[in-house]
Every structure is written in C-alpha cells, then in structure tokens.
Design a protein around this ligand. Structure first.
Ligand code: 6LW
Length: 531
C-alpha cells in the first residue's frame, strides 16, 4: 500500500474518464469554452499525471464560436478497442453528441462522428462484438439513462433508445458508464447534480438492458453528509482495473476555501481505491467518503508532485497547458526569436474571444509572473497578467496608455461591475514585469520596472469562485497573459509556481487598494521607488 495525495489532477479538471492500455493509463476531462478541447493525461501509477495531448485541436472538431460561458464541451468518455482510442462527448452549443478516434493517443484525432441523440454525458461499452452507447435522456419530462447499440465509425444508432434506469431518486441522473465485469453488467451514474449534494450510485443486471437493481449501500461515493471534510461535491466517476487486478475510481470533487463554501480552483480530479464486497458490490473507502491523504495498492510508486509551469516562448508551437478562450484568432499570435508576440484587435479581455493564453490555477497558494516588451501601445491599449474565470469574472494588472502617458493599472471585474482599483503613471519604458500571488483570500498583483516588485493591489479570491457566478458555471480560475485594444507586445517569459501553504503576504486591507510598499518575505529588503 502506498500513500498519495488527492486531488491527483488539481485545478479545473472535471468529469474525469479513464482507460488502461497495458501499463499506461489515459484520462480525459471536460473543457467547455476553452481551446484546445478535452485534455488527455497519461500516467503509469494513477497519481502522477502528465498532460500529453488534446482530443479536439481544430475548429472542425471544436466549433466554439457559439459557446456560452461553461457551454461548449461537457463530460467526455475515453475507451480503447481493437487498437483504437475513442473519445465521445457533447458540444452543448454546437452539434450535440459526437465522437473522435485515433490509433495514436499522442497524435491527431479524427474528424467528429456526430450521433443523433439529445442528451449529455455519452459513454461507450465495447462488448461481445457490440458497441453500446448510453447517455442522459429526458422522456415525458422524466430524466433517465438511455441505451442504444451503435456503429462508432458512422455514429449510426441501430436500436431505439431504451431507458435502463431513472436512478435512485436523486435529481439529475447523469454521467452513466456501463461495464461488463464478470458475468454482470454494472451501470454507474452520478446523481444530485454537480454541487454539494453530488453522489455516485451503481446498479447491476444480468444483461445490458436490465432490469438493473440498485446497490444496497448506495451512494457508493458522496460527501453530501461530510460537512467537515475539506473535500466536497464528489461524484461523476469512472472505474478501471489495473494490471494487478486492483480496481480504482476517478471522480470529480472540489476543495472549498477554508473560510467560505466557495471554490476558485474548479472541480478537480480525485482518485480512490475500489474494493468489492462479498456480494460483488464496489466499496469506496469509509462509506464513500474519501480524504486528501490516501493509501492504496498503486500499480507503481507515487513520485513527488511539483506544481510549476514555465515557458520562455522559444518554441514555435504553444506549449501543452496553454489555453485560449474559444477558437483562437490565429493571426493574433506570432512566434518570434524574441518570444510570443500578441497582436490584439479591438477586443478587450471581457470579450468572448480575448487575445491571450491561460494556464489552469492548480493550487491555492501560487505565484505567476511574466516579462514583456512593448512593440506598440496605442491609446487605451492594454497588456498584462490576468487571473481569469470567464468573460464576466477576471482581475488584470496591465500597462496602458492614457492621454499619451504610460500607466500600470489594476482592474477587477465581477459580474457586470468593473472597477479600476489602482493606476500609477510611469516614465516611458520598453519592458515591464507583472506578478500575481494567489492565496485563499486574495489575488495580489505586483509590477516591476527595475529591481523591485511594487504591489499594485488586490482582488478577493471569493470574486473568482464558481458558486458566485451569475449563470451556472462549471469551470475554474486560470492565470495568464493578454493583450487588448490594438496592443502589440512581445512576451518573453512566464513562470508559475506553487507556494508553501503557509505563504502569506502581510497585505493591506482591500480598501486601501493603492500602490504602497508592502514588505513580503521575498523582498524584505526592497527599497521603495514609486514614480
Ligand atoms: C457534466 C454533467 C454535469 O456533463 O455537469 O452537473 C456537466 N453535471 O455530468 C458539466 O460538467
């Protein structure tokens, strides 16, 4: 038995689905309005996961122009059969259910194969020469799980939809996966909705069409009664047997802020060992409640995890891990020997298609910094660093030109409220660096024109949390760089690194949001030189 830490894939990585091929595990998560779509993670030990590719990497596979905030790509399922990987998902704003496939999981996936079924959370079972497709279904206003037989190469559905369960009574029966284990068919679903009442339930039958009987100790996983737990909203799971015959469950969960039932990191991917009781039903930990520190018979030893990301933009292609909001306008991004050039149009960062690249925030205590050099900064143009949730929730420190003077400013946007909380005039300059330090209370922004970082101001972490958004959202916070309103800029570096959990900046209260020297442990001896 080895120890490991949850979540195994931190940051916004919801609706995980997993498959094993030999000694390799592949896991996909949903991606909503972000490009590229459906990230693919690889692991040998189920704990250390590397982002290796995406299933959806072009506009034909991933039309996002019409995608709402937290619209676009919902939950995916990955399966492997006869040398081919299949990924099936739903574009809820353009086309509905579709699958793509490939014989090289690290390569290009096929064009979309569309499937005529209205529902979400599609899944596949390859079984005894047949291919079963199941998904949520609303019949006569009643939510259930529908099953079909299909041809995965054409998307053709051979049979009429058969409702195989309405669930165990929880709202939103969804995220179905059908498994043929031993001489039984197991149907596992999520119920309760992807909030604090979330749960995972399982049913069993002698054939794929049922009748399905519920597991006597359902829900097999739920934190709905574990109020004190630092983990909440667990559910939407998939299971896999490892090469040693041990079973594992991956599922989503959230880590609310210590001081509020709010989460800014999104729904993350968690792992739990599965044991089978004498009646042949799965059992997860202590009555379906899991912990941050876990033990299990990992297929290979766990390695230390270092959450950091670095890019000197020397590569001609964007590094895995960078995301854009909806389909990128490719001519706005140019690789050069100096770095990554962003060529903004008239759009702002609140636009549906801002010019910028983002990485997932994977830890509460994290810092990100970037260095940039100005090529052209017309009046009102903006370039800088952002903590970004979606078009309506983002904080950014940026360089701009107002009345022909150069200034660094901090804007906070929450709902339809946009406030400029700091603005400092600077002498003309060519390069500048920005930094943001995040913790459970604040995103604190800094700028540097010479040796010392100067604190610009803060935005509250609570303002970038899923529970507070004005529409239902499913994503999490990103950190990244942007250019807006005709700015022409070259970013020369970007680094993000996890900070010690006890890392804390002796900060000024939010109300005093104007630039002032703040001593923090890293810059204890920094002299003040405000312009
Ligand atoms: C996912 C579904 C869900 O497809 O949210 O609330 C959707 N439940 O299972 C997006 O994550």
């Amino acid at each position: 038995m080895q120890q490991y830490k949850n979540p195994v894939i931190p940051g916004y990585n919801p609706d995980p689905s997993i498959v094993r091929v030999g000694e390799d595990f592949y896991l996909v998560t949903s991606s909503f309005e972000f490009f590229p779509g459906v990230p693919i993670y690889h692991s040998k030990n189920l704990v250390n996961w590397e982002l290796i590719n995406h299933c959806l990497t072009d506009e034909q596979q991933l039309p996002l122009a019409k995608a709402r905030n937290s619209g676009g790509i919902f939950a995916p399922t990955i399966r492997y059969h006869d040398g081919l990987f299949y990924m099936i998902t739903t574009n809820v704003d353009n086309g509905g259910n579709f699958l793509v496939y490939t014989d090289d999981v690290r390569g290009k996936w096929s064009a979309p194969v569309w499937i005529k079924h209205k529902g979400i959370d599609p899944s596949l079972l390859f079984d005894q020469g047949k291919v079963y497709f199941c998904s949520t279904s609303l019949q006569d206003g009643k939510a259930g799980i529908a099953l079909y037989e299909m041809n995965p190469q054409t998307g053709q559905l051979f049979t009429q939809p058969q409702i195989i369960t309405y669930g165990s009574g929880g709202k939103y029966p969804e995220a179905p996966h059908l498994y043929h284990i031993g001489d039984k068919y197991y149907l596992m679903i999520a119920e309760g909705g992807t909030e604090y009442g979330h749960m995972e339930t399982i049913f069993r039958a002698d054939n794929p069409y049922g009748p399905f009987k519920a597991c006597p100790h359902d829900p097999i996983l739920s934190h709905r009664s574990a109020m004190g737990s630092p983990i909440q909203a667990t559910g939407h799971a998939d299971i896999v047997e490892d090469q040693n015959g041990n079973w594992w469950m991956v599922f989503l969960g959230i880590r609310p802020l210590e001081h509020a039932m709010l989460h800014n990191l999104g729904r993350e991917t968690f792992l739990a060992p599965v044991t089978w009781n004498s009646e042949g039903w799965p059992v997860i930990e202590d009555a379906g409640v899991i912990k941050l520190d876990m033990n299990g018979p990992l297929p290979q030893p766990a390695l230390p995890v270092a959450l950091s990301f670095e890019d000197d933009f020397s590569s001609v292609v964007l590094k895995q891990g960078w995301y854009q909001v909806r389909n990128p306008v490719t001519h706005r991004y140019q690789h050069s020997d100096m770095g990554l050039i962003l060529i903004a149009g008239d759009e702002t960062i609140s636009d549906k298609n801002p010019t910028g690249i983002l990485i997932r925030q994977q830890a509460f205590n994290i810092s990100a910094q970037t260095e940039l050099s100005i090529i052209d900064l017309p009046e009102s143009a903006k370039v800088g660093l952002t903590a970004y949730y979606n078009t309506d929730y983002h904080y950014e420190a940026y360089l701009t030109r107002c009345e022909d003077k150069i200034a660094v400013c901090l804007d906070l946007t929450v709902h339809s409220i946009q406030a400029q909380v700091a603005c400092v005039l600077l002498s003309p300059l060519k390069t500048i660096s920005f930094k943001v330090v995040a913790d459970q209370r604040y995103y604190t922004f800094y700028f540097r024109t010479e040796q010392d970082w100067i604190q610009l101001g803060k935005g509250s972490t609570a303002g970038l949390c899923t529970e507070g958004t004005q529409t239902m959202t499913f994503t999490g916070t990103f950190l990244g760089i942007f250019a807006a309103q005709k700015a022409l800029v070259c970013f020369t570096s970007f680094q993000a690194k996890q900070l010690p959990t006890d890392y804390h900046i002796a900060g000024l209260p939010l109300t005093e949001n104007k630039p002032k020297l703040i001593q923090d442990e890293n810059y204890a001896d920094a002299p003040v030189n405000l312009p």
